[in-house]
Ligand binder design. Structure first.
Ligand code: HAM
Length: 425
């Protein structure tokens, strides 16, 4: 019987996993610099969490959730995104009572959406995200944006573009919503059935429709920026002035709408302009979600965050041709000749590893030449050669694979010698 991997998922194999670890390290190190702490929430949650809080007019909730009933007849859903769960946890664990506010969190884990798979779009993908909950200072909006740009730039990405918008507060959005309804209503029959139902539920999402993207009413639709009230306008201006102070380039796009319903005020996306990145150019998305915490039964506490997928991050790195040194290079391959020497290397390799040296040996009973070939393939910096004669004399030969130099050292001194040599490299 042969079973294949499910559609829209992928195995991350050795050779590629190191690339993941590389960018995970960059992202987590930078989060620590900015004082964000890791949070881990369950892979599945009560379906209601997403339906009520991600917004039941979104494609994510309507069409893309992996929902199932468990044996206790509960409706559960594999999380399609991280924000709702983090906010749930914030409320459930009363993090609003923590004297350190805002609560600054990051997460890194698999998300699930039943989408049509294509390059850069999977059914299981890994999101790295950040949520800062508990402050309505535009400086935290700028900080969150600075953080994600810092991650991308540290990884070497250059061809990226930050696009921001303001969705305003409730008052601004209500006024804009009315203008949108008036704009689309007379000709809503020309739009897809999804847009027709969006007109009632959430007309802003019509602007995000892929099917009707080119309809002439889209271009002439009223801009949210014309409907921002004083508070929302000043807030947005302040965010922009902080970004300028941080020397973060951005463009304002009043048509930017996000695919989730909980946003207000600052909304943003980061795109890749790299040639060959593919049709889907969005690397990262996020924004402010004041109101989500209280919707989940917590106090009226604001929040902002972003998430990007590791898959698209890596695709952008590849598209820009960025390379980096593999960190887990083998320090020493221990080659042996003869049964007795082979037995001896069991403990020898163990001792090297315990001393922090990356060490490997042969497990295939290979001849000396084949052992050297294996060492080459593994890019060993040194090969330690132990034959019967050396063993008798309590010695071992250490060959520097870069220079070809060989040195005979006492077996008892191998660890110390290698430690020095590895450090000197
Ligand atoms: P989102 O825009 O739905 O926002 O997703 C954020 C990012 O996840 C996207 O920009 C993309 O990098 C990645 N992504 C989404 N779907 C897929 C997919 N099918 N395959 C690969 N990558 C994908 C959110 O999820 C919000 N929770 C972000 C947020 C955090 N807002 C505030 N805080």
């Amino acid at each position: 019987m042969s079973v294949n991997i499910p559609r829209g998922t992928q195995d991350i194999l050795p050779g590629t996993v190191e690339k993941w670890q590389h960018i995970e390290k960059i992202a987590t190190d930078i989060c620590r610099n900015y004082q964000y702490k890791e949070i881990r929430t369950p892979i599945f949650e009560h379906t209601e969490l997403f339906q009520r809080n991600v917004g039941d007019t979104t494609d994510i909730v309507q069409k893309e959730m992996y929902t199932f009933t468990d044996r206790g007849d509960r409706s559960l859903t594999l999380r399609p995104e991280g924000t709702a769960a983090v906010v749930r946890s914030f409320v459930e664990n009363k993090m609003f009572g923590d004297p350190n506010q805002p609560v600054k969190l990051y997460y890194n884990g698999p998300m699930f959406r039943y989408e049509r798979p294509q390059s850069g779009r999977y059914r299981q993908f890994v999101q790295f995200g950040v949520e800062a909950i508990g402050s309505e200072d535009p400086a935290i909006d700028a900080e969150v944006l600075a953080l994600v740009m810092d991650i991308y730039q540290t990884a070497g990405l250059q061809k990226i573009e930050l696009v921001i918008n303001s969705l305003g507060d409730t008052d601004s959005r209500t006024a804009h919503r009315e203008a949108l309804v008036n704009h689309f209503q007379p000709r809503i029959g020309e739009f897809c059935t999804d847009c027709q139902s969006r007109l009632e539920k959430n007309p802003l999402r019509i602007l995000d429709c892929k099917k009707d993207r080119d309809h002439e009413l889209m271009k002439s639709a009223p801009s949210i920026l014309d409907f921002l009230n004083d508070y929302s306008r000043t807030y947005f201006e302040k965010v922009q002035s902080y970004l300028t102070a941080l020397e973060i380039e951005f463009t304002v796009d009043p048509t930017l709408v996000r695919g989730l319903d909980y946003y207000n005020h600052t909304a943003f996306e980061i795109m890749s302009n790299a040639e060959g990145f593919g049709a889907i150019t969005t690397l990262c998305g996020g924004g402010r979600y004041n109101g989500l915490v209280s919707q989940m039964g917590g106090p009226d506490v604001p929040g902002i965050g972003f998430a990007f997928s590791m898959e698209r991050f890596l695709a952008a790195i590849e598209a820009e041709g960025i390379e980096w040194q593999e960190e887990n290079r083998l320090d020493c391959f221990v080659a042996s000749l003869g049964e007795e020497a082979k037995d001896y290397t069991v403990k020898l390799v163990h001792d090297l590893r315990k001393a922090g040296i990356k060490a490997e040996r042969d497990y295939q009973n290979r001849k000396m030449k084949a052992q050297f070939k294996a060492a080459d393939r593994l890019k060993a910096r040194f090969v330690a050669i132990l034959g019967e004669d050396e063993l008798k004399e309590n010695k071992i030969n250490v060959k520097d694979m870069e220079t070809g130099e060989q040195q005979e050292v006492a077996l008892a001194e191998l660890t110390e010698t290698l430690l020095k040599k590895v450090e000197a490299k």
